[in-house]
Design a protein around this ligand. Sequence first.
Ligand code: C2O
Ligand code: CU
Ligand code: CU
Length: 495
Amino acid sequence: AGTAAAGLVALPLSACEAQNSLFSADGAGANPLAIPELNQGIVEQGERVFRLSISAGQKEFVPGVVSPTIGVNAPYLGPTLEMRRGERVRLHVDNGLDDGATVHWHGFELPAAADGGPHQLIRPGARWSPSFEVRQRASLYWYHSHLHRGTGPQVYAGLAAPIYVRDDEEDALDLPSEYGVDDIPLIVQDRVLDNSGKLLYPQNMHAQMMGVRGDRLYVNGTQNAVFDARTGLLRLRILNGSNARFYDFSLSGGQTMQIIASDGGLLERPHAVRSLRLAPGERAQILVDLSEGRPLSLVATSPDNSMGMMGGDGGGMMGGGMMGRRRDDTEMDEPFRVLDIRPSDSSPQRKLPSQLAPLPALDPSLAVRTRRFVLDMGMMGGGMSINGASMDMNVINERVPAGQWEIWEIANASMMAHPFHIHNAQFRVIDRNGRTPPPLETGYKDTVIVDPREQVRLLLRFEEHTDPDLPYMYHCHILEHEDAGMMGQFVVVDS
Ligand code: C2O
Ligand code: CU
Ligand code: CU
């Protein structure tokens, strides 16, 4: 289930190798950046109510060639949901597909029954109406399919979109916050098209092992995107919504950008950086200074995150000859354009605040226990696992007492980097192989990169025990790894 509605077919290896070159402009020229519609829901009886309808759609990834897609209230992707911390929301989700679907609120701390993981299946034609209190700090979150063994193809076909949570703490700061004007969501996704230009979800062994990585880049579904900005500060909320590809973002001309927020909201202060690495599932918010009025580009490279294990130079674990070097996995050392930004009319000159939000001191000594999670891929990707076990819907892997601080130690035994994501949590990163984490990881996170031979320690606590039988997930956010079983289940129990 899952793949049929999207009408995507497996691609033989030889056809993959005949793909166009990486991130080719495709002669399509520049296109205005699509901005997802802002949906604030309707307040009814003390709840903010959203109506979301999942349905099959169509999209031209190249002009003139129609591909089947999935969208929420739209042919592809969906609206940005805006909510406030502290309020109650209810989301009526109608599944108009011929397949089952789920919708997971990524980054939210909520009761397991509202989580939208694989246990909250919405059958074709059915409606699911979870309700929960928004406990998150202001930030960029997102919602996406979490269908058991079918998340990869459904997200790829378009079942993903942003969530903005706002709160008083952030409103008190003078940050750009006019949606679509100086506060822009950027859903960055790569896609593979077949030779006729149709969207294609490769299902060969290479794609299962490395995750599906495309040779064309789309931002909010737009290729070669251009955004007409105001001068002054521009706030970009970047979501790596790709199935498997990692990106290193930077600004053209070596200009610095200010990181202001991570997955779970504002950092203590802005950090000036030249580059920013995001794995699938991760978000970051940056401020770009356009006060000079000069056009610039957000660019990215996409380094090979697999230590050559699929062949190519250096005799990787699969051997170069067996799988062949594939263009869609070439390391992209040459930066390619993500978004061209053209500042024009002037806007009020804002100053970058020197302080953002005070965060509690990171104190690992609070932890009463340590849990260890070892990520592995097995031979030929046949054993995608955590602590030696593959995802089993009927097995609870961890029972975590509510209200107690724990250290989760995530170790990577494979030769490829994995973004580790935990549901129902915003955690802090203590260290990486004993080293201090980079600026983006000084705030709250729900997804964290674990490099090969690395061990990352997280500090977290689940506030409440909920349904003792209904689990939450932790998993690799490379969606093909998740679908192949690099996922486990935990329940939060009474302590
Ligand atoms: Cu964004 Cu369990 O997923
Ligand atoms: Cu999640
Ligand atoms: Cu993985």
